[in-house]
Design a protein around this ligand. Structure first.
Ligand code: ADP
Ligand code: MG
Length: 797
């Protein structure tokens, strides 16, 4: 932050330099370190946040960059203009006293705040003036949008301005309620504002009466309704702004409270809107000039962002809505930029290790031999992603990549290619999965692919015996085992590699960053590929995995029979679904039946898997072999049920969503989901991916009792599409990021202004800018810059 003295000094330096240049007849004089024109550009850029009017400022900056190329007359004209601009009183520095640093100044010193309001603000996290400047309006009242009472229509959200004609307050006989009615009139008609208060006392009523005095000019916003009882237009609990208490209201600077667009702030008890608005006005007047813009000018220019001072001014008191938009864009950028910067730094830390491995493949090498022995050709998407991976592995920066691909898109092949690339170069590989079932599945796959290549894999899971474990560790340590496959058992102490070169983490969102790092620390800057079958829309991926490079497998291998998806509404259709299950089982296939929750007592009416299991096993499918799997079972129990299903000792598996991840039973052809409306689309799509893994036609049956058209429309998206990314995008749009991620994973930063869906393009910019800045090593100044962290309490308004 540049203190004001420094600004003034800089201005003087600049004037002095100009004087010298003039003495040298505008020859772009060579100074000790640089030419005049270079000095000029640098100083002006540094000063720019403190200069007044934005337009002329940009003009001056642009011209200064041209100085070296101007002719004599141009140089003379420009320097005259610049001297004039520099000697003008700076609009943004209206105070003679030096403003204190807003980040260091307690909010209570703002005029109009004081200790009492200061305390309230402290409690909600507004500690400093800086925080107050970032206490953004919840909405704005736009006087331009106001309507005449005569033109109101019922059901409409409207704002009217009028004077208070009458105030009635009375308490019901049983003293349970108080009703307040304020009659507001403009020159065209009358409107009632109604409030019903529970348990009100006299004092509260008096307070209302005192606030809504007859004759006061008010602005009321709310939904218009028809008050049947009083036979008049009315609004229930409207938002009322007192504009003035009379013609000569000393308490009411007109410009502040009745400008054309007026801010409305989120309030907490004890805060009053007018006082807060005034305090923020004071904070802007007194401290804004002390706000230095941490965002470098070139970034601001590149992304066409306002400077911070203007943005803060305009977010609170916008001149027009387009000013508001620009201000919001800038502040949203800041918020997202701060977040992206952290991610870019993690990424940089991972990548900038002194020397990553540089792993290349040779003709006739392992990778090539593996590819020729494959019974199929890689899909185009697989080839593209493998190129991305090979490029990363070949460079000396360690790979740090996320592979996203729908279920069945063939990620395992890419995992193997990654691991084999390391092995071909004389290193070992490790493949970590979140569950034993998955680890074993991978292990079986790996053994069948690697044995013909003369390679050895080892399985590391919790339940291996002590002797077996010792042998495995030994093999890994002396390099006889080329590939370790396992669960988090791999992370444990004592598991050591001879030369670890590549890590693959499957279903990576089930592991924490810490676990990935622990694994990584077992080698020297190994290459890391993480994989997920949960398609995450790009915006969210950038937020959650902004530290990773992302590859996308968006193509399924050929020859798959697309899964048929049907939505069955209501009880009556349930039998139809069960009929289809019976048919498939008679053909020798298997089925899943999934329930959203397991306890009957749950506050939702979702059917309980346990209870339903009994019914299904005994009444609906009495002659079939039905098993139950749910999250509260011991993991050994789960494993044995799962194995029974894998080995076709069960026809039907009734379960909660524990089967969601990665299980591969190609003989299962039906997935029936009960109360499907309780699931998110992305989750349903995941579930659906459990079937359709063999060559037979598979079915996904969605059951729902819902009658809500939106819910049903949402579920129909699944009938129509099998594209996981498209479904994820829709799901995100419909439910928002919090719901979308649900319990699966949160880790979302608190965002105050930014909206990950709406502000997608700003997010892309912020990410790009953050990566460039970190790569140039210019990010250190931003480390404490956190525009929104301490007042997330307000995010819900
Ligand atoms: P996922 O991405 O869900 O992990 P898998 O890697 O398990 O998918 O692949 C699903 C199935 O598709 C496997 O049986 C695999 O052998 C097969 N497969 C993968 N790539 C191809 C391909 N290019 N052509 C044909 N089949 C493929
Ligand atoms: Mg997989």
């Amino acid at each position: 932050m540049i203190p004001l003295e420094a600004v003034e000094l800089k201005q003087q330096d600049l004037k002095q330099a100009i004087a010298i240049e003039k003495q040298h007849r505008y020859t772009d004089v060579q100074g000790k370190k640089q030419r005049f024109s270079q000095f000029l550009v640098k100083e002006l850029e540094a000063l720019s946040p403190f200069l007044g009017n934005l337009d002329s400022k940009e003009g001056l900056l642009n011209a200064s960059r041209q100085y070296a190329f101007m002719d004599l007359a141009g140089r003379m004209r420009f320097l005259d203009k610049l001297v004039e601009a520099l000697s003008q009183p700076n609009q943004k520095l209206p105070y003679t006293r030096h403003p204190q640093d807003p980040m260091e100044t307690d909010v209570q010193y703002v005029k109009g705040v004081g200790p009492r309001i200061g305390d309230i603000l402290h409690k909600v996290g507004v500690l400093t003036v800086w925080n107050l400047l970032h206490y953004f309006p919840r909405k704005y009242l736009d006087y331009n949008q106001r309507l005449k009472i005569v033109s109101l229509t019922i059901g409409q959200e409207a704002t009217v301005i009028g004077r208070i004609r009458q105030v009635n307050a009375h308490i019901t006989k049983n003293k349970q309620m108080a009703i307040i009615t304020v009659k507001i009139a403009d020159e065209t008609g009358e409107l009632l504002a109604n409030w019903i208060l529970g348990k009100a006392n006299r004092r509260m009523l008096e307070a209302y009466k005192a606030r809504y005095t007859i004759g006061a000019e008010v602005m009321a916003s709310g939904r218009v309704k028809w008050d049947e009882y009083k036979r008049r237009l009315a609004m229930d609990r409207p938002e009322v702004e007192i504009l003035s208490y009379g013609a000569d209201d000393p308490d009411m600077p007109q410009s502040l409270h009745s400008g054309r667009i007026v801010p409305v702030y989120p309030l907490v008890e004890g805060l009053n809107l007018k006082a807060l608005r005034r305090a923020i006005r004071h904070a802007l007047d007194e401290y804004l000039s002390g706000v230095a813009d941490p965002l470098p000018l070139d970034i601001r220019k590149q992304y066409r962002l306002l400077d911070l001072q203007t943005a803060l001014e305009q977010i609170h008191f916008p001149q027009t809505f387009s000013h508001y938009e620009s201000a919001r864009n800038r502040l949203v950028f800041d918020e997202l930029f701060a977040m992206q910067l952290k991610l870019a730094m993690i990424r940089n830390e991972y990548k900038s290790h002194a020397s990553g491995l540089s792993l290349k493949t040779e003709p006739e090498g392992l990778v090539e031999r593996f590819l020729t022995q494959l019974p199929f050709r890689l899909t185009n998407a697989q080839q593209r992603v493998f190129q991305e991976i090979a490029r990363d592995m070949g460079s000396s920066e360690p790979m740090y990549r996320l592979l996203q691909g729908d279920v069945g898109s063939g990620k395992t092949i890419l995992a193997l290619l990654t691991l084999l690339t390391a092995i071909e170069n004389g290193y070992q590989g490790v493949l970590m999965a979140p569950t034993e079932i998955l680890a074993e599945q991978h292990y079986r796959n790996c053994v069948s692919w690697l044995t013909p290549l003369g390679l050895k894999a080892g399985l590391f899971i919790g339940r291996s015996g002590a002797k077996e474990r010792r042998e495995l560790r030994q093999g890994l340590l002396n390099g006889q085992i080329h590939l370790a496959v396992g669960t988090h058992a791999l992370i444990q102490d004592g598991v050591e590699f001879n030369r670890l070169g590549a890590i693959v983490v499957d279903e990576q969102h089930r592991f924490g960053v810490r676990q990935r790092i622990q694994l990584k620390d077992k080698g020297e800057n190994p290459e890391m590929l993480t994989m997920t079958a949960t398609p995450i829309p790009r915006t969210l991926a950038m937020t959650l995995h902004g530290d990773l490079d992302v590859s996308i497998l968006d193509e399924l291998p050929p020859g798959r029979t697309p899964i048929k998806t049907f939505l069955f509404q209501g009880k009556a259709r349930q039998e139809e679904a069960f009929g289809l299950i019976r048919q498939e089982i008679f053909k020798g296939r298997q089925a899943y039946i999934v329930f959203p929750l397991i306890e009957e007592s749950d506050k939702f009416s979702a059917k309980a898997a346990t209870v339903e299991y009994e019914r299904l096993a005994n009444e609906v499918f009495p002659h079939l072999r039905v098993g139950l799997l749910h999250g509260k079972m011991a993991s050994s129990e789960k494993d044995s049920v799962m194995k029974a299903f894998i080995h076709h000792q069960l026809d039907i598996l009734v379960s909660t969503t524990v089967i969601e991840v990665g299980v591969d039973v190609p003989n299962a052809t039906v997935m029936l989901v009960e109360s499907a409306d309780r699931f998110g689309l992305a989750q349903l799509h995941q579930l659906r991916g459990r079937v359709g893994r063999g060559s037979q036609q598979s079915y996904c049956l969605l059951l729902s009792d819902s009658r809500t058209p939106e819910t049903l429309a949402r579920l129909r998206i699944l009938e129509e599409s099998t594209d996981g990314f498209l479904i994820a995008e829709k799901d995100l749009e419909l439910r928002g990021p919090g719901e979308f991620l649900g319990t699966r994973q949160s880790g979302l930063p608190d965002l105050i202004l930014a909206d990950l869906i709406q502000d997608r393009s700003i997010l892309e910019m912020a990410r790009e800018a953050a990566i460039v800045l970190v790569e140039k090593g210019l990010h250190t100044e931003f480390l404490q810059y956190n525009p929104g962290n301490s007042f997330s309490v307000f995010s819900s308004g």
